[in-house]
Design a protein around this ligand. Structure first.
Ligand SMILES: NC(=O)c1ccc[n+]([C@@H]2O[C@H](COP(=O)([O-])OP(=O)(O)OC[C@H]3O[C@@H](n4cnc5c(N)ncnc54)[C@H](OP(=O)(O)O)[C@@H]3O)[C@@H](O)[C@H]2O)c1
Length: 228
């Protein structure tokens, strides 16, 4: 299978890249940073892995990155947009107190970022391809908490983007996926699972081992329906 991961530097993205390579898939891994973890995968898996520059806030770079993916992979079977941020002030501020610069940055990376990736990957996706946007839990409109408000706003919007995308096109399926509360730099304080467990679930989603249907497009990493 030909797969694309964007946000592969560390955490879930890095684990997923490794597990897909381990399954024998070809992976184009987009990243801001050439981390030691990614370079070690290149060393081990060689020609099965393309590492390309992909800052989701840099439209030109994403456009060029998408072309590199298609040159490396041909048509793409599945893509997963993992890139995301939870900025420090958002862990303590209420929304009415938030740092507006942090709010804008969060929306730029977590909402405009995946939409930019989808826009430029779209021409290179196979008919019937599956695209997974890593969003979160707690995105409901009526069931509002106050914790990490900028992040929650952004993940609600990114989840809705999948619904809109599914209404917009028939030949590609979009899924918003809650990855679980993972023990990563982002999730360490609330972790319930290791990123390897989540990545294994994503691997089964990307490979089709866990069947998914576009009628149920907001799911968790095991493929279970999430409520919104
Ligand atoms: N951890 C959790 O409990 C949890 C729960 C729900 C949802 N999620 C979501 O799961 C995804 C993965 O999170 P994680 O826990 O693995 O977090 P993480 O370890 O902090 O990793 C986040 C990844 O996003 C990349 N990234 C950040 N800004 C980017 C940009 N502008 N362009 C491209 N890549 C960018 C980071 O690269 P650099 O390090 O190079 O910046 C890093 O590889 C995120 O979308 C997150 O919101 C996580």
């Amino acid at each position: 299978m030909n797969t694309v991961i964007i946000g592969a530097a560390k955490g879930l993205g890095l684990c997923l890249t490794e597990q897909l390579l381990n399954k024998g898939f070809h992976v184009a891994a987009g990243t801001i940073s050439q981390t030691s973890g990614l370079l070690a995968l290149k060393e081990k898996y060689g020609d099965s892995l393309l590492i390309f520059e992909a800052d989701v806030t840099n439209e030109k770079q994403i456009e060029e990155g998408a072309k590199k993916c298609s040159e490396f992979l041909g048509k793409i079977d599945a893509a997963c947009i993992v890139a995301g941020v939870l900025l420090e002030g958002d862990r303590t501020n209420l929304l009415h107190e938030c740092d507006i610069t942090e709010l804008k940055k969060t929306l730029e990376i977590n909402v405009a970022g995946p939409v930019t990736a989808v826009k430029y990957l779209f021409p290179y996706l196979k008919d019937g391809a599956n695209v997974f946007l890593v969003t979160s839990e707690g995105i409901g409109i009526s069931n509002c908490g106050t914790w990490v408000p900028c992040y929650a706003l952004s993940k609600t919007a990114a989840t809705k983007a999948c619904g809109i995308l599914n209404q917009s096109v028939q030949n590609v399926n979009f899924y918003a996926v809650h990855p679980g509360r993972m023990n990563t730099d982002m999730g360490r304080t609330t972790a319930q699972i290791e990123p390897e467990e989540s990545a294994a679930g994503f691997c089964r989603l990307l490979s089709g081992e866990t069947p998914v249907s576009r009628d149920c497009w907001y799911i968790d990493y095991k493929g279970n329906k999430m409520n919104y």
